[in-house]
Design a protein around this ligand. Structure first.
Ligand code: CP3
Length: 352
């Protein structure tokens, strides 16, 4: 059945309806590869300003919408944005990512974490989402997002991004109760925050468990999956109609486990062929992805061929076209434009 309701395309496909083409958006579609973003960054050098001053965050979120008309518009923010509301100080350093000082490593610190009150600590999110919702007025789907407990705990405990995750793994393997206590508190806060985003206008939510692919499958089952499930369950209880997307980076060994999270849509990175993902997750699962972001440096013909290939392999009706991860900062803008144009001209007859 081809759907014809007035909801935007991405929302309809995320809910399981069949449409004439796959919806398309890009992770990190707002950001450094856009000149308009770099110009604003010169004016507002701190990431927290850019993401927490409503007018600036609104303008940045809308920059790709105005140029490319993607089927999804994502809130310009970061996964660590809610942490100060729990009493965890953070900043985001240019080229480095989140910095948390002091890192959270003791029972006393975990005991002292605050319960998140979004209306008090994140009021700018309401302004941003409500304005975006008005601005795009159902011509595109408004996406909200949150970080998953394991990935946020990794930042909180390590104090910054890490190659080895040795501090949090040491905690996981030698003091698991302390880590579980932290993960549990983060899961509650993230659920509250995710529900707040839906209350403020987000129509689809993506949960980023970016660093869960650093865990062995058995540790994923202990420290990541149960907390993804907890967040998804709590959000679903309040907002049963909001589609939920899960992303884990480097997840080739985890796809079947990701499908147990309760997500409606699983993001596939480019380490897995989309045809294999389709076989492993079955015909009914909705999949998102999975072009290599590096493809956007290639010729137009190459980009077009890879789009056709991915869409063909993902199959009719159960696919949101995207990269397997975020756009690289030095990607040529015209190639992003070509990616969107080509994707939006697809009809399933042509692609299959
Ligand atoms: O997709 C979008 O357009 C929404 C924007 C978005 C940002 N961060 C903006 C941002 C999203 C969805 C995120 C999520 C996020 N943040 C994740 C999960 C996604 C993933 O990459 O796996 C993670 C792990 C973070 C933590 C983080 N924040 C990192 C690793 C970095 C990059 C450091 C760097 O400079 O390369 C940040 C900073 C950040 N968040 C930038 C952007 C656009 C880059 C800084 C800038 O543009 O000034």
């Amino acid at each position: 059945m081809i759907s014809s309701s007035s909801d935007p395309l991405l929302l309809r496909v995320a809910r399981g309806e069949v449409a004439h083409r796959p919806p398309v958006w890009l992770m990190r579609q707002a950001g450094r590869y856009m000149k308009a973003y770099r110009d604003l960054r010169d004016k507002y050098p701190s990431f927290r300003e850019r993401s927490e001053i409503p007018e600036v965050a609104i303008e940045i979120s809308l920059q790709p919408w105005k140029v490319f008309q993607p089927d999804g518009v994502i809130l310009f923010s970061d996964i660590v944005t809610p942490l100060p509301g729990l009493g965890i100080d953070m900043d985001i350093a240019e080229g480095k990512g989140p910095l948390i000082d002091p890192p959270i490593r003791t029972k006393e610190q975990v005991d002292n974490l605050k319960i998140l009150e979004p209306e008090e600590s994140l009021p700018f999110i309401r302004t941003i989402l409500q304005s975006l919702s008005q601005e795009i007025s159902n011509k595109s789907t408004l996406l909200g997002f949150v970080g998953a407990p394991w990935t946020l705990a990794a930042y909180a405990v390590e104090g910054k991004g890490s190659k080895t995750y040795s501090v949090i793994k040491n905690m996981a393997f030698s003091d698991p109760n302390l880590l579980h206590q932290l993960l549990s508190k983060l899961a509650d806060a993230i659920s509250t925050y995710a529900c707040y985003q839906v209350d403020c206008g987000a129509q689809v939510l993506q949960l980023f468990d970016s660093w869960a692919g650093q865990l062995s499958p058995q540790d994923y089952d202990t420290f990541a999956l149960p907390y993804q499930q907890k967040v998804f369950q709590q959000v679903r209880q309040k907002h049963p109609d909001t589609p939920l997307i899960l992303l884990v980076s480097s997840s080739a060994g985890l796809l079947e486990r990701m499908a147990q999270s309760g997500a409606d849509i699983i993001t596939i990175d480019w380490s897995v062929d989309m045809a294999d993902a389709r076989i492993r997750l079955g015909q009914d699962m909705k999949l998102q992805g999975n072009l290599d972001p590096g493809v956007l440096f290639a010729s137009k013909k190459f980009i077009r061929d890879r789009i056709y290939d991915t869409v063909h392999k993902a199959g009719f009706g159960k696919h949101i076209l995207n990269l397997g991860h975020g756009v690289f900062p030095n990607t040529p803008e015209e190639n992003v434009e070509f990616f969107f144009e080509t994707a939006k001209q697809l009809t399933m007859v042509e692609a299959v």
